[in-house]
Design a protein around this ligand. Structure first.
Ligand SMILES: Cc1cc2nc3c(=O)[nH]c(=O)nc-3n(C[C@H](O)[C@H](O)[C@H](O)COP(=O)(O)O)c2cc1C
Length: 196
C-alpha cells in the first residue's frame, strides 16, 4: 500500500512516499539489498566524521538469529515485526574515538544514518518501520554490546504488505490518515514560538 504525504509545499517524491507500515509481505531481501541499505547509512554525515552508527542485522531466513532479535522487541511490536524480512538494531558509539570525550551528537548522527537507510529503502520499493519499543538491556546482553555503545532503535524492513493481513488494531492504524504539525509550528523567526 502507498500512503504518500499530503504536503503544503512540493517535496521530493522519495520523502513523500516513505512511511512506516506494519504489514510486510513474505518476500525476503537479498544479501545485496541489505548491504545496499547499510551502504546508504554508511555515507551519512556525522560530527567530526566519527560515524558513530553500528547496526545489528538479522534476516528472517536465519530463523534462530531472527527470533533472537525479535525477542528483544516489545510484545506489541513483535506482533507485526515478525513478518519483516530483516530486523536491525541501531547502536551509537557514545564517545569520540579521537579523544574519548562524550559525543552528544551520537544519537543525532545515528538518526541521520537511519534516515538515509530508510530513503534508500523507499527508492528500492522497500519499507522501514523504526521502533523505540525494544528492550535495550536485553539487546546489550544478547549481543554483548560494550558499555560505551548505546542501543538506539530497532528497524523492521521489507516489502510492504496488504493492510488486510494485519490484526484489527494494527489494520486501523495502517489505514489512518498521516498527520504532521503545521509548518508554522516547527519553524520560528526572531524569537522562540514566533512562526517563520
Ligand atoms: C525513533 C522512532 C521510534 C518509533 N517507535 C515505534 C514503536 O516502537 N512502535 C511502532 O509501532 N512505531 C514506532 N515508530 C513509528 C512512528 O510511530 C511513525 O514514524 C510516526 O507515527 C510517523 O508515521 P510515518 O513514519 O508513517 O510517517 C517509531 C518511529 C521512530 C522514528
Amino acid at each position: 500500500m502507498e500512503k504518500p504525504a499530503i504536503t503544503d509545499y512540493p517535496i521530493h517524491d522519495l520523502i513523500a512516499r516513505r512511511w512506516s507500515p506494519r504489514s510486510f509481505d513474505a518476500r525476503p531481501l537479498s544479501d545485496e539489498q541489505v548491504r545496499t541499505l547499510l551502504e546508504a547509512a554508511r555515507w551519512a554525515p556525522s560530527c567530526f566524521n566519527e560515524q558513530p552508527w553500528r547496526y545489528l542485522v538479522a534476516g528472517r531466513e536465519q530463523k534462530d538469529a531472527f527470533d533472537t532479535m525479535l525477542g528483544c522487541l516489545a510484545e506489541m511490536n513483535q506482533q507485526w515485526a515478525k513478518n519483516a524480512a530483516v530486523l536491525m538494531i541501531s547502536v551509537a558509539a557514545t564517545q569520540f574515538a579521537r579523544n574519548g570525550k562524550p559525543n552528544r551528537h551520537a544519537f543525532h548522527d545515528v538518526g541521520l544514518a537511519s534516515a538515509q537507510l530508510t530513503l534508500q529503502a523507499t527508492a528500492m520499493d522497500l519499507a522501514v518501520h523504526q521502533m523505540a519499543g525494544f528492550d535495550r538491556d536485553r539487546a546489550r546482553q544478547v549481543y554483548a554490546i560494550p558499555d560505551e555503545y548505546e542501543p538506539v532503535a530497532a528497524l523492521a524492513i521489507g516489502y510492504p504488505g496488504e493492510p488486510a493481513a494485519l490484526p484489527e488494531t494494527f489494520r486501523e492504524r495502517e489505514l489512518a490518515k498521516r498527520s504532521r504539525k503545521s509548518p508554522a509550528q516547527i519553524a520560528y523567526a526572531d524569537t522562540w514560538g514566533e512562526s517563520l
